[in-house]
Design a protein around this ligand. Structure first.
Ligand code: NAP
Length: 518
């Protein structure tokens, strides 16, 4: 069986001893193993800092952008091969796999474009400068410079391509070398991308390392110039945050964790309208795309009480048409969840939701999946309906990371909708569907303190709307509270994690020369 090696200190290294086995979640066939036992992570990080960091900092933003463009093109050139791996190892349909792989190439390309705007400079200017003294000569200016450390990127299992691309784009453009650590269970796609990028010598030596398998003591070697960007469960995040590197050495950390994303239907939206179609379409897409294993997927659906039955009917019809089965088949609309553990967690989560809600369709039971017999980690799209929402309902407390959503009635007031959304404890994205300006403003401003992003679905943009579950490189990804309190992407905002913001004060000509303004 294939052994996934790690790429550290400029070479491919296989771990010895205890390994994780990667499987095809539709067939349960073993595909590869990954182990990091015996890998010297201290040396790997030192190599990345000393070789990769120095080489990257010597490059201007424009040059780093050319590197990102080359990475994007190299990944795109092997698109079909990568899609096949995502289908085999991730339980992805071809469309799910494209969402991941094209998301990686698109995000790298977007940051390559941003690099062109930043040009042949090395320092990122932060806002306007200020006059500090009696004359215009004494001047202050904030700038960002690259940290002299390494960026460790620990990712979740659901986006092995995009997770690598979106984090690496920000760090590499900032001038910081990357050590990517994909979730072991679905590391095949990330491993192949790293092989492609290393094979084509697109990055300077030490600028990109890969850890395939357990993180071991990797994070214990981080110091005050280093960064951890983590995506995964809040339980793992809490554990990692308590590490000495963060509590004592002030290594920087960004967390993207769980999220009970909400969709709110306005009281003005009629059945059959364009906005209702958008609302229903977004919910069905989020429940089934990547089998609901998207951190941004809609989990809670708030509907004015008088419209609940119509919404349930529309959703029920659409979900009944989703064929669950072998994701390599063209007629299949939803594949399995990624791992046996995921299957157990999703089933237990549905049972937990059912304690406070009625099941409209689906449930935790076995699924007769197309084309695979009795094997595989399949779960049915599951819609629940809560009748009297309370803050301690499982729907407001527990993220079920699968094809599951709960419809919750509310009284149609924007303030009530905002209160219900806030019960989720902080999320990545919420969406409001309405053409009523007052409702939209009050709902959005009420939801905003509890969300990283709010999308507004209205008839004016229905034809070109980007679904709330799609993360855009131009806009922030992250959210407060339960979602981890982090921020990624958002164009140059995503680079800030990897850079030190420093205030310069002195003679305006000197300060502006350092900032690259003259
Ligand atoms: P997870 O179990 O927390 O694992 C996430 C990553 O952490 C994996 O790479 C895992 O490696 C690693 N890890 C686990 N224990 C570690 C330790 N002690 N030291 C260092 N690394 C460690 O999460 P998951 O099951 O992969 O992902 C599902 C969760 O991620 C869901 O809760 C979902 O909401 C969240 N998520 C959030 C976002 C977001 O952007 N907010 C995006 C996607 C997913 P191994 O695989 O080797 O154990």
């Amino acid at each position: 069986m294939m052994e996934l090696a790690s790429y550290v200190s400029g070479r491919w290294v296989s771990g010895k001893g205890r390994a994780t086995t990667l499987v095809n979640p539709a067939t349960e066939e073993a595909l590869a193993t990954a182990s990091t036992e015996g890998v010297d992570f201290g040396a790997a990080l030192a190599f990345a800092r000393e070789r990769g960091g120095v080489a990257l900092r010597a490059m201007s933003f424009r040059q780093r952008g050319e590197m990102l463009r080359a990475m994007s093109r190299a990944i795109h050139a092997r698109r079909d091969e990568l899609l096949a791996l995502a289908i085999a190892n991730g339980g992805n349909t071809r469309s799910d796999a494209k969402f991941d792989v094209d998301g990686a190439t698109g995000t790298l390309a977007a940051y390559a474009d941003l690099a062109q705007e930043l040009g042949d400079t090395h320092v990122l200017v932060d806002g306007d400068g200020v006059q500090l003294g009696r004359s215009a000569r004494l001047f202050g200016q904030h700038v960002y410079v690259p940290r002299e450390g390494v960026a460790v990127h620990v990712n979740a299992f659901n986006f092995p391509a995009w997770g690598l691309g979106e984090k690496a784009a920000c760090a590499l453009l900032a001038g910081v070398p990357v050590v990517a650590k994909p979730a072991s269970a679905t590391a095949l796609v990330t491993h192949r991308i790293a092989q492609i990028l290393v094979g084509e010598r697109i990055l300077p030596e030490g600028a990109l390392s890969l850890v395939c398998g357990s993180a071991g003591d990797l994070l214990d070697h981080l110091g005050g110039q280093d960064v951890l960007a983590f995506t995964g469960s809040s339980a793992t995040a809490a554990l990692l945050r308590s590490g000495r590197a963060f509590t004592h050495a002030s290594a920087h950390v960004n967390v993207e964790a769980d999220s009970l994303n909400a969709a709110v239907l306005g009281p003005d939206v009629d059945d059959g309208s364009e906005v209702m179609n958008l609302f229903v379409g977004d919910i069905v897409r989020d429940m089934t795309q990547k089998t609901g294993q998207k951190c941004t997927a809609i989990r809670r659906v708030y509907v004015p009480a008088g419209k609940v039955e119509a919404v349930l009917e529309r959703l029920g019809e659409r979900l009944a048409g989703v064929k669950v089965g072998d994701p390599s088949r063209e007629d299949v609309g939803m594949g399995p969840v990624a791992t046996r553990q995921q299957l157990e967690d999703v089933r237990a989560g549905i049972a937990r939701l059912q304690a406070g809600a009625r099941t409209v369709c689906g449930g935790p039971g076995a699924v007769d999946a197309l084309g695979v017999g009795t094997k595989g980690y399949f779960v049915a799209p599951t819609l629940l309906r809560s009748s009297e929402p309370r803050p301690d309902d499982a729907a407001h407390q527990h993220e079920v990371f699968g094809p599951v959503a709960t419809v919750v009635p509310y009284d149609g007031a924007a303030a009530t909708a905002a209160k219900l959304v806030a019960w989720g404890g902080g999320g990545l994205v919420s969406s409001v569907y309405s053409d009523d300006k007052d409702f939209v403003r009050d709902a959005v401003l009420g939801i905003a303190p509890h969300s990283g992003r709010v999308t507004i679905g209205s008839s004016k943009v229905a034809a070109q709307a980007i679904p709330p579950g799609t993360v855009m490189p131009q806009l922030l990804h992250g959210g407060p509270g339960r979602a981890g309190g982090g921020e990624e992407l958002g164009a140059r905002r995503g680079m800030a994690l990897y850079m030190q913001r420093v205030a310069l004060q002195g003679d305006r000509a000197l300060v502006e020369a350092i900032a690259g303004k003259r």
